[in-house]
Design a protein around this ligand. Structure first.
Ligand code: FES
Length: 99
């Protein structure tokens, strides 16, 4: 049972996933997949609608950037990290651990 199919996730095109009542932004970089909370720590904007460039994702509203690996805020106006969620890949199945 997977949350997403690996080959359905296109690098540079993050997707929104809702699991256990939480909204997540899931993004692929090469053979890796990352999941962060789908809400910018600056205001209320979905990061899954932002622009991904490698491990960075830029919020569409005021252009804060976050590191997909750590959730760290990389530039203003955001100063706080967003939460990250563990992802496992089993063949074509992507599972995000949301407790
Ligand atoms: S809401 Fe994301 S940078 Fe302002």
């Amino acid at each position: 049972m997977s949350d997403l199919l690996f080959d359905s996730i296109v690098e540079g095109k993050p997707v929104k996933l809702t699991k256990n009542g939480k909204e997540l932004c899931v993004a692929r970089v090469g053979n890796e997949v990352f999941a962060i909370e789908d809400n910018c720590s600056h205001q209320d904007a979905a990061l899954s609608e932002g622009e991904q460039n490698g491990y960075k994702i830029e919020c569409w509203l005021h252009a804060a950037e976050f590191d997909l690996r750590t959730g760290a805020a990389l530039c203003p106006p955001a100063t706080q990290a967003v939460k990250t969620y563990p992802v496992s890949i089993d063949g074509n199945n992507v599972i995000v651990e949301v407790l």
